[in-house]
Design a binder for this molecule. Structure first.
Ligand code: FAD
Ligand code: UDP
Length: 395
Protein backbone atom coordinates (compact mmCIF):
# COMPACT_ATOMS: atom_id res chain seq x y z
CA UNK A 1 0.00 0.00 0.00
CA UNK A 2 1.40 3.45 -0.85
CA UNK A 3 2.44 5.35 2.27
CA UNK A 4 5.02 7.69 3.66
CA UNK A 5 8.26 6.92 1.85
CA UNK A 6 10.35 9.86 2.94
CA UNK A 7 13.72 9.17 4.49
CA UNK A 8 13.77 12.81 5.59
CA UNK A 9 14.80 11.90 9.16
CA UNK A 10 13.58 9.61 11.89
CA UNK A 11 11.37 12.36 13.38
CA UNK A 12 10.62 14.77 10.55
CA UNK A 13 9.22 18.13 11.64
CA UNK A 14 7.39 20.71 9.53
CA UNK A 15 5.58 23.95 10.25
CA UNK A 16 2.64 22.88 8.08
CA UNK A 17 1.23 19.60 6.85
CA UNK A 18 -0.82 20.13 3.69
CA UNK A 19 -3.09 17.34 2.49
CA UNK A 20 -3.65 17.52 -1.27
CA UNK A 21 -1.35 18.84 -4.02
CA UNK A 22 -4.09 20.43 -6.16
CA UNK A 23 -4.50 24.17 -6.68
CA UNK A 24 -5.71 24.70 -3.11
CA UNK A 25 -2.89 22.83 -1.41
CA UNK A 26 -0.06 24.07 -3.61
CA UNK A 27 -1.09 27.74 -3.58
CA UNK A 28 -1.25 27.59 0.21
CA UNK A 29 2.11 25.77 0.38
CA UNK A 30 3.75 28.32 -1.90
CA UNK A 31 2.58 31.18 0.33
CA UNK A 32 3.75 29.40 3.47
CA UNK A 33 7.22 28.83 2.03
CA UNK A 34 7.75 32.13 0.27
CA UNK A 35 5.86 34.64 2.43
CA UNK A 36 6.34 33.10 5.87
CA UNK A 37 9.64 31.35 5.09
CA UNK A 38 8.27 28.27 6.84
CA UNK A 39 8.43 24.62 5.89
CA UNK A 40 5.68 22.33 4.74
CA UNK A 41 5.08 18.74 3.90
CA UNK A 42 2.55 18.24 1.09
CA UNK A 43 1.07 14.76 0.78
CA UNK A 44 -1.24 13.51 -1.98
CA UNK A 45 -2.77 10.11 -2.56
CA UNK A 46 -2.13 10.41 -6.28
CA UNK A 47 1.27 9.83 -7.89
CA UNK A 48 1.38 13.37 -9.33
CA UNK A 49 0.82 17.01 -8.42
CA UNK A 50 -2.01 19.23 -9.70
CA UNK A 51 -5.07 17.33 -8.44
CA UNK A 52 -7.84 17.39 -11.03
CA UNK A 53 -6.02 20.02 -13.10
CA UNK A 54 -3.15 17.67 -13.93
CA UNK A 55 -2.27 17.47 -17.63
CA UNK A 56 0.12 15.02 -19.24
CA UNK A 57 1.50 13.94 -22.60
CA UNK A 58 -0.35 10.74 -23.57
CA UNK A 59 1.23 7.77 -25.40
CA UNK A 60 0.57 9.37 -28.80
CA UNK A 61 2.40 12.54 -27.78
CA UNK A 62 -0.72 14.65 -27.25
CA UNK A 63 -1.11 16.88 -24.20
CA UNK A 64 -4.36 15.86 -22.52
CA UNK A 65 -6.25 16.99 -19.42
CA UNK A 66 -6.34 13.71 -17.55
CA UNK A 67 -9.33 14.57 -15.36
CA UNK A 68 -11.51 16.47 -17.82
CA UNK A 69 -11.17 19.76 -19.69
CA UNK A 70 -9.88 22.67 -17.63
CA UNK A 71 -10.66 26.05 -19.18
CA UNK A 72 -8.99 28.74 -17.13
CA UNK A 73 -10.96 31.93 -16.70
CA UNK A 74 -11.14 34.72 -14.13
CA UNK A 75 -12.31 38.23 -13.38
CA UNK A 76 -9.92 38.52 -10.44
CA UNK A 77 -6.86 40.72 -10.94
CA UNK A 78 -5.30 39.25 -7.83
CA UNK A 79 -5.64 35.64 -9.00
CA UNK A 80 -4.33 36.50 -12.45
CA UNK A 81 -1.32 38.46 -11.15
CA UNK A 82 -0.52 35.70 -8.69
CA UNK A 83 -0.66 32.83 -11.21
CA UNK A 84 1.24 34.87 -13.80
CA UNK A 85 4.28 34.55 -11.54
CA UNK A 86 4.32 30.86 -12.47
CA UNK A 87 3.14 30.76 -16.08
CA UNK A 88 2.69 32.67 -19.28
CA UNK A 89 -0.68 32.38 -21.01
CA UNK A 90 -2.03 31.62 -24.45
CA UNK A 91 -5.35 33.30 -25.24
CA UNK A 92 -8.06 30.69 -25.52
CA UNK A 93 -11.26 30.69 -27.48
CA UNK A 94 -13.46 28.15 -25.75
CA UNK A 95 -16.09 27.48 -28.40
CA UNK A 96 -18.45 24.68 -27.49
CA UNK A 97 -21.36 23.22 -29.40
CA UNK A 98 -24.31 21.11 -28.44
CA UNK A 99 -25.12 18.19 -30.75
CA UNK A 100 -28.77 17.24 -30.96
CA UNK A 101 -31.37 16.51 -33.70
CA UNK A 102 -28.40 15.43 -35.89
CA UNK A 103 -26.74 18.83 -35.95
CA UNK A 104 -24.41 21.16 -34.08
CA UNK A 105 -26.05 24.02 -32.20
CA UNK A 106 -24.38 27.15 -30.88
CA UNK A 107 -24.16 26.82 -27.12
CA UNK A 108 -24.55 28.62 -24.73
CA UNK A 109 -27.80 29.93 -26.11
CA UNK A 110 -27.26 33.14 -28.07
CA UNK A 111 -28.62 34.95 -31.11
CA UNK A 112 -26.73 32.36 -33.20
CA UNK A 113 -28.73 29.54 -31.57
CA UNK A 114 -31.97 31.40 -32.24
CA UNK A 115 -31.09 31.81 -35.91
CA UNK A 116 -30.29 28.10 -36.14
CA UNK A 117 -33.68 27.38 -34.60
CA UNK A 118 -35.74 29.61 -36.88
CA UNK A 119 -33.55 28.98 -39.94
CA UNK A 120 -32.97 32.63 -40.91
CA UNK A 121 -31.23 35.83 -39.81
CA UNK A 122 -32.68 37.62 -36.79
CA UNK A 123 -32.00 40.62 -34.57
CA UNK A 124 -31.26 40.70 -30.82
CA UNK A 125 -34.60 42.51 -30.30
CA UNK A 126 -36.51 39.79 -32.11
CA UNK A 127 -34.79 37.09 -30.07
CA UNK A 128 -35.43 39.02 -26.84
CA UNK A 129 -39.13 39.26 -27.73
CA UNK A 130 -39.24 35.53 -28.52
CA UNK A 131 -37.67 34.81 -25.12
CA UNK A 132 -40.00 37.22 -23.31
CA UNK A 133 -42.99 35.35 -24.75
CA UNK A 134 -41.65 31.98 -23.52
CA UNK A 135 -39.81 32.70 -20.27
CA UNK A 136 -41.62 31.43 -17.21
CA UNK A 137 -42.04 34.35 -14.81
CA UNK A 138 -40.07 33.27 -11.74
CA UNK A 139 -38.53 36.15 -9.82
CA UNK A 140 -36.24 34.09 -7.57
CA UNK A 141 -35.40 30.73 -9.17
CA UNK A 142 -35.03 28.15 -6.39
CA UNK A 143 -33.48 25.38 -8.45
CA UNK A 144 -31.84 24.65 -11.80
CA UNK A 145 -35.10 23.89 -13.60
CA UNK A 146 -36.62 27.19 -12.51
CA UNK A 147 -33.39 28.96 -13.40
CA UNK A 148 -33.45 27.77 -17.02
CA UNK A 149 -37.22 28.15 -17.43
CA UNK A 150 -37.02 31.72 -16.13
CA UNK A 151 -34.36 32.54 -18.72
CA UNK A 152 -35.43 30.68 -21.87
CA UNK A 153 -38.69 28.77 -21.33
CA UNK A 154 -39.65 25.14 -21.92
CA UNK A 155 -38.55 24.46 -25.50
CA UNK A 156 -34.88 25.33 -25.03
CA UNK A 157 -34.84 23.80 -21.54
CA UNK A 158 -35.98 20.48 -22.99
CA UNK A 159 -33.62 20.68 -25.94
CA UNK A 160 -30.38 21.55 -24.16
CA UNK A 161 -30.62 21.21 -20.38
CA UNK A 162 -33.07 18.70 -18.96
CA UNK A 163 -31.61 15.38 -20.09
CA UNK A 164 -27.97 16.55 -20.01
CA UNK A 165 -28.45 17.49 -16.36
CA UNK A 166 -30.20 14.21 -15.54
CA UNK A 167 -27.35 12.30 -17.17
CA UNK A 168 -24.62 14.35 -15.49
CA UNK A 169 -26.02 14.38 -11.96
CA UNK A 170 -28.54 11.53 -11.87
CA UNK A 171 -30.80 14.15 -10.29
CA UNK A 172 -33.66 16.12 -11.75
CA UNK A 173 -32.72 19.77 -12.41
CA UNK A 174 -35.39 20.78 -9.92
CA UNK A 175 -33.40 19.05 -7.16
CA UNK A 176 -30.22 20.95 -7.97
CA UNK A 177 -29.27 24.40 -6.80
CA UNK A 178 -30.06 27.19 -9.30
CA UNK A 179 -26.33 27.89 -9.62
CA UNK A 180 -25.66 24.57 -11.40
CA UNK A 181 -27.42 25.41 -14.68
CA UNK A 182 -27.02 29.09 -13.81
CA UNK A 183 -23.31 28.68 -14.65
CA UNK A 184 -24.25 28.69 -18.32
CA UNK A 185 -24.84 32.19 -19.71
CA UNK A 186 -27.78 33.10 -21.96
CA UNK A 187 -27.10 35.89 -24.45
CA UNK A 188 -29.12 37.79 -27.01
CA UNK A 189 -25.99 38.90 -28.90
CA UNK A 190 -23.55 36.82 -30.96
CA UNK A 191 -20.92 36.28 -28.26
CA UNK A 192 -20.20 32.55 -28.72
CA UNK A 193 -17.82 32.04 -25.77
CA UNK A 194 -18.81 29.36 -23.28
CA UNK A 195 -17.71 31.35 -20.26
CA UNK A 196 -18.55 34.76 -18.86
CA UNK A 197 -15.26 35.92 -17.40
CA UNK A 198 -13.09 38.61 -18.99
CA UNK A 199 -9.79 36.72 -18.86
CA UNK A 200 -9.90 33.35 -20.65
CA UNK A 201 -6.54 31.69 -21.33
CA UNK A 202 -4.52 28.50 -20.98
CA UNK A 203 -1.23 28.20 -19.11
CA UNK A 204 1.25 28.33 -21.99
CA UNK A 205 3.03 25.09 -21.13
CA UNK A 206 0.13 23.45 -19.36
CA UNK A 207 -1.10 23.14 -15.79
CA UNK A 208 1.43 20.57 -14.63
CA UNK A 209 4.29 22.84 -15.66
CA UNK A 210 2.62 25.70 -13.75
CA UNK A 211 2.51 23.52 -10.62
CA UNK A 212 6.12 22.37 -11.11
CA UNK A 213 7.22 26.02 -11.30
CA UNK A 214 5.30 26.77 -8.13
CA UNK A 215 6.93 23.86 -6.30
CA UNK A 216 10.40 24.82 -7.58
CA UNK A 217 9.88 28.37 -6.26
CA UNK A 218 9.54 26.93 -2.75
CA UNK A 219 13.01 25.37 -2.76
CA UNK A 220 13.76 22.97 0.04
CA UNK A 221 11.14 24.46 2.35
CA UNK A 222 8.57 22.34 0.53
CA UNK A 223 8.71 18.58 0.83
CA UNK A 224 6.41 16.59 -1.49
CA UNK A 225 5.19 13.12 -0.70
CA UNK A 226 3.14 11.66 -3.58
CA UNK A 227 1.14 8.42 -3.24
CA UNK A 228 0.68 9.12 0.42
CA UNK A 229 -2.75 9.13 2.04
CA UNK A 230 -3.21 11.47 5.00
CA UNK A 231 -4.27 8.39 6.97
CA UNK A 232 -0.81 6.89 6.42
CA UNK A 233 1.28 9.82 7.55
CA UNK A 234 3.15 8.30 10.49
CA UNK A 235 2.73 9.70 13.99
CA UNK A 236 6.44 10.45 14.07
CA UNK A 237 5.87 13.27 11.55
CA UNK A 238 5.43 16.46 13.58
CA UNK A 239 3.73 19.65 12.38
CA UNK A 240 2.17 22.74 13.95
CA UNK A 241 -0.70 23.36 11.57
CA UNK A 242 -2.73 21.32 9.12
CA UNK A 243 -4.31 22.42 5.83
CA UNK A 244 -6.72 19.77 4.59
CA UNK A 245 -8.05 19.85 0.99
CA UNK A 246 -9.61 16.36 0.79
CA UNK A 247 -13.31 15.51 1.26
CA UNK A 248 -14.53 17.00 4.54
CA UNK A 249 -16.74 14.03 5.42
CA UNK A 250 -13.80 11.62 5.05
CA UNK A 251 -11.76 13.70 7.51
CA UNK A 252 -14.44 13.20 10.16
CA UNK A 253 -14.86 9.49 9.39
CA UNK A 254 -18.26 10.23 7.79
CA UNK A 255 -19.66 10.53 11.31
CA UNK A 256 -22.87 12.19 10.06
CA UNK A 257 -23.04 9.90 7.02
CA UNK A 258 -21.34 10.29 3.63
CA UNK A 259 -21.65 13.50 1.64
CA UNK A 260 -22.72 12.65 -1.93
CA UNK A 261 -20.32 13.24 -4.82
CA UNK A 262 -20.64 12.64 -8.54
CA UNK A 263 -17.87 10.80 -10.31
CA UNK A 264 -16.78 10.46 -13.95
CA UNK A 265 -15.17 7.97 -16.27
CA UNK A 266 -12.92 9.27 -19.03
CA UNK A 267 -12.52 7.28 -22.23
CA UNK A 268 -9.65 8.60 -24.37
CA UNK A 269 -9.32 7.68 -28.04
CA UNK A 270 -6.08 8.60 -29.83
CA UNK A 271 -5.73 9.23 -33.57
CA UNK A 272 -2.52 9.54 -35.57
CA UNK A 273 -2.25 12.03 -38.43
CA UNK A 274 -2.67 9.08 -40.82
CA UNK A 275 -5.83 7.92 -39.03
CA UNK A 276 -7.30 11.39 -39.45
CA UNK A 277 -6.38 11.46 -43.11
CA UNK A 278 -8.02 8.09 -43.66
CA UNK A 279 -11.19 9.05 -41.73
CA UNK A 280 -11.62 12.33 -43.66
CA UNK A 281 -14.03 13.86 -41.17
CA UNK A 282 -15.40 16.70 -43.28
CA UNK A 283 -16.20 19.25 -40.55
CA UNK A 284 -12.93 18.96 -38.60
CA UNK A 285 -9.94 21.13 -39.49
CA UNK A 286 -6.71 19.41 -40.57
CA UNK A 287 -5.14 17.54 -37.63
CA UNK A 288 -8.39 17.39 -35.63
CA UNK A 289 -11.18 14.84 -35.14
CA UNK A 290 -14.03 17.25 -34.38
CA UNK A 291 -14.60 20.89 -35.33
CA UNK A 292 -14.68 22.30 -31.78
CA UNK A 293 -12.86 21.79 -28.49
CA UNK A 294 -15.99 20.44 -26.84
CA UNK A 295 -19.24 19.01 -28.12
CA UNK A 296 -22.03 18.34 -25.62
CA UNK A 297 -24.54 15.52 -26.18
CA UNK A 298 -27.66 16.51 -24.24
CA UNK A 299 -30.12 13.97 -25.65
CA UNK A 300 -28.30 10.98 -27.06
CA UNK A 301 -25.34 8.82 -25.96
CA UNK A 302 -24.35 7.77 -22.45
CA UNK A 303 -21.52 10.28 -22.36
CA UNK A 304 -22.13 13.99 -21.78
CA UNK A 305 -19.38 15.43 -23.94
CA UNK A 306 -16.44 14.79 -26.25
CA UNK A 307 -13.42 16.97 -25.65
CA UNK A 308 -10.49 17.48 -28.01
CA UNK A 309 -8.26 19.71 -25.93
CA UNK A 310 -5.68 20.21 -28.69
CA UNK A 311 -7.99 22.93 -30.03
CA UNK A 312 -7.04 25.14 -27.07
CA UNK A 313 -3.58 23.92 -26.09
CA UNK A 314 -2.60 24.66 -29.72
CA UNK A 315 -0.05 21.88 -29.59
CA UNK A 316 1.85 21.34 -32.83
CA UNK A 317 1.42 17.64 -33.59
CA UNK A 318 -0.27 15.73 -36.44
CA UNK A 319 -1.88 13.43 -33.84
CA UNK A 320 -4.87 14.13 -31.64
CA UNK A 321 -6.80 12.54 -28.78
CA UNK A 322 -10.49 12.87 -28.04
CA UNK A 323 -11.94 12.06 -24.62
CA UNK A 324 -15.51 10.89 -24.03
CA UNK A 325 -16.77 11.80 -20.58
CA UNK A 326 -19.22 9.46 -18.85
CA UNK A 327 -20.93 10.51 -15.61
CA UNK A 328 -20.60 7.82 -12.93
CA UNK A 329 -21.70 7.02 -9.42
CA UNK A 330 -19.24 7.69 -6.64
CA UNK A 331 -18.45 4.12 -5.68
CA UNK A 332 -15.38 2.70 -3.86
CA UNK A 333 -12.33 3.33 -6.02
CA UNK A 334 -13.97 6.22 -7.93
CA UNK A 335 -12.84 9.83 -7.47
CA UNK A 336 -15.14 12.47 -5.96
CA UNK A 337 -15.14 14.93 -8.87
CA UNK A 338 -18.22 17.00 -8.08
CA UNK A 339 -19.91 17.97 -4.82
CA UNK A 340 -23.65 17.73 -5.59
CA UNK A 341 -25.31 21.08 -4.84
CA UNK A 342 -28.70 20.15 -3.37
CA UNK A 343 -30.47 21.55 -0.30
CA UNK A 344 -30.11 18.32 1.69
CA UNK A 345 -26.42 18.02 0.91
CA UNK A 346 -25.79 21.62 1.92
CA UNK A 347 -27.47 20.94 5.27
CA UNK A 348 -25.29 17.89 5.81
CA UNK A 349 -22.18 19.84 4.82
CA UNK A 350 -23.04 22.56 7.36
CA UNK A 351 -22.92 19.93 10.12
CA UNK A 352 -19.41 18.95 9.05
CA UNK A 353 -18.44 22.61 8.78
CA UNK A 354 -19.34 23.14 12.41
CA UNK A 355 -17.01 20.31 13.37
CA UNK A 356 -14.33 21.80 11.13
CA UNK A 357 -14.57 25.17 12.85
CA UNK A 358 -13.90 23.55 16.21
CA UNK A 359 -10.82 21.73 14.93
CA UNK A 360 -7.70 23.36 16.37
CA UNK A 361 -4.87 24.56 14.10
CA UNK A 362 -6.60 23.08 11.08
CA UNK A 363 -7.88 24.78 7.94
CA UNK A 364 -10.31 23.17 5.48
CA UNK A 365 -9.77 24.46 1.99
CA UNK A 366 -10.81 23.74 -1.62
CA UNK A 367 -13.55 22.12 -3.63
CA UNK A 368 -13.81 18.98 -1.53
CA UNK A 369 -13.15 20.34 1.95
CA UNK A 370 -15.54 23.29 1.42
CA UNK A 371 -17.99 21.12 -0.55
CA UNK A 372 -18.36 23.80 -3.22
CA UNK A 373 -18.65 23.55 -7.02
CA UNK A 374 -15.65 25.90 -7.33
CA UNK A 375 -13.73 26.74 -10.48
CA UNK A 376 -9.94 26.98 -10.46
CA UNK A 377 -9.81 30.74 -10.01
CA UNK A 378 -12.24 30.49 -7.10
CA UNK A 379 -10.10 27.96 -5.23
CA UNK A 380 -6.98 30.05 -5.88
CA UNK A 381 -8.77 33.15 -4.56
CA UNK A 382 -9.98 31.21 -1.51
CA UNK A 383 -6.47 29.87 -0.80
CA UNK A 384 -4.95 33.36 -1.02
CA UNK A 385 -7.65 34.89 1.19
CA UNK A 386 -7.56 32.13 3.79
CA UNK A 387 -3.77 32.34 3.89
CA UNK A 388 -3.96 36.09 4.59
CA UNK A 389 -6.49 35.59 7.36
CA UNK A 390 -5.09 32.50 8.97
CA UNK A 391 -1.46 33.52 8.77
CA UNK A 392 -2.06 37.15 9.71
CA UNK A 393 -0.98 38.67 6.41
CA UNK A 394 -2.39 42.01 5.25
CA UNK A 395 -4.80 41.06 2.39
P1 FAD B 1 -8.41 18.89 -6.19
O1 FAD B 1 -7.86 19.31 -7.51
O2 FAD B 1 -9.46 17.84 -6.15
O3 FAD B 1 -7.20 18.45 -5.27
C1 FAD B 1 -7.38 17.78 -4.02
C2 FAD B 1 -6.25 16.79 -3.87
O4 FAD B 1 -6.33 16.19 -2.57
C3 FAD B 1 -6.33 15.64 -4.87
O5 FAD B 1 -5.14 15.58 -5.64
C4 FAD B 1 -6.52 14.39 -4.01
O6 FAD B 1 -5.82 13.27 -4.51
C5 FAD B 1 -5.94 14.84 -2.68
N1 FAD B 1 -6.49 14.11 -1.53
C6 FAD B 1 -7.78 13.96 -1.18
N2 FAD B 1 -7.88 13.23 -0.05
C7 FAD B 1 -6.62 12.92 0.34
C8 FAD B 1 -6.07 12.17 1.41
N3 FAD B 1 -6.84 11.61 2.35
N4 FAD B 1 -4.73 12.04 1.48
C9 FAD B 1 -3.92 12.59 0.53
N5 FAD B 1 -4.39 13.32 -0.51
C10 FAD B 1 -5.73 13.48 -0.61
N6 FAD B 1 -12.42 24.62 -13.13
C11 FAD B 1 -12.26 25.66 -13.99
O7 FAD B 1 -11.91 26.77 -13.56
N7 FAD B 1 -12.43 25.50 -15.34
C12 FAD B 1 -12.79 24.30 -15.87
O8 FAD B 1 -12.96 24.19 -17.09
C13 FAD B 1 -12.97 23.19 -15.00
N8 FAD B 1 -13.32 22.00 -15.49
C14 FAD B 1 -13.46 20.95 -14.65
C15 FAD B 1 -13.81 19.72 -15.21
C16 FAD B 1 -13.97 18.62 -14.38
C17 FAD B 1 -14.33 17.29 -15.00
C18 FAD B 1 -13.80 18.76 -12.98
C19 FAD B 1 -13.99 17.57 -12.08
C20 FAD B 1 -13.46 19.98 -12.42
C21 FAD B 1 -13.29 21.08 -13.25
N9 FAD B 1 -12.94 22.34 -12.75
C22 FAD B 1 -12.76 23.40 -13.61
C23 FAD B 1 -12.74 22.56 -11.30
C24 FAD B 1 -11.30 22.35 -10.86
O9 FAD B 1 -10.91 21.02 -11.14
C25 FAD B 1 -11.23 22.63 -9.35
O10 FAD B 1 -11.63 23.96 -9.07
C26 FAD B 1 -9.84 22.43 -8.77
O11 FAD B 1 -9.23 21.25 -9.20
C27 FAD B 1 -9.96 22.38 -7.25
O12 FAD B 1 -8.69 22.27 -6.67
P2 FAD B 1 -8.53 21.64 -5.24
O13 FAD B 1 -7.08 21.69 -4.91
O14 FAD B 1 -9.48 22.26 -4.29
O15 FAD B 1 -9.04 20.12 -5.40
N1 UDP C 1 -25.61 21.81 -18.72
C1 UDP C 1 -26.63 21.33 -19.53
N2 UDP C 1 -26.40 21.19 -20.87
C2 UDP C 1 -25.20 21.46 -21.43
C3 UDP C 1 -24.17 21.94 -20.61
C4 UDP C 1 -24.41 22.10 -19.26
O1 UDP C 1 -27.71 21.03 -19.04
O2 UDP C 1 -25.05 21.30 -22.66
C5 UDP C 1 -25.86 21.97 -17.27
C6 UDP C 1 -25.50 20.67 -16.51
O3 UDP C 1 -26.34 20.53 -15.39
C7 UDP C 1 -24.07 20.95 -16.09
C8 UDP C 1 -24.16 22.44 -15.73
O4 UDP C 1 -25.05 22.98 -16.73
O5 UDP C 1 -23.68 20.16 -15.02
C9 UDP C 1 -22.84 23.17 -15.75
O6 UDP C 1 -22.21 22.95 -17.00
P1 UDP C 1 -20.65 23.10 -17.20
O7 UDP C 1 -20.37 22.87 -18.63
O8 UDP C 1 -20.19 24.36 -16.58
O9 UDP C 1 -20.14 21.86 -16.33
P2 UDP C 1 -18.69 21.39 -15.86
O10 UDP C 1 -17.72 21.78 -16.95
O11 UDP C 1 -18.45 22.05 -14.55
O12 UDP C 1 -18.87 19.92 -15.75
Amino acid sequence: MPGFKSSHSAHPRFDFLIVGAGFSGLVFAERVCNVLGKSCLVVDKRPHIGGNCYDVIDPSGVLIHKYGPHYFRTDSRRVLDYLSEFTEWIPANYVIKSYTDAKYWSFPISLNTFEELVGRKATPEEFQQWLDERKVPIAQPRNSEEMVLSQVGHELYEKFFKRYTLKQWKQHPRELDASVCGRIPVRTDRDARYLREKFQSMPKEGYTRLFETMVAACGNRLHLEPECDFAHVPNSVRYDRLVYTGPIDAYFGECYGPLPYRSLRFEPEPFTGEDLHRLRRPTAPLGFWQPYVQVNYPNSEDFTRIVEIKHVTQQKTPNTTIVREYPADYTPGALPYYPIPTKANEELYQKYRQLAEAEKNTLFLGRLAMYRYYNMDQVVAAALERFDKWCGQPG
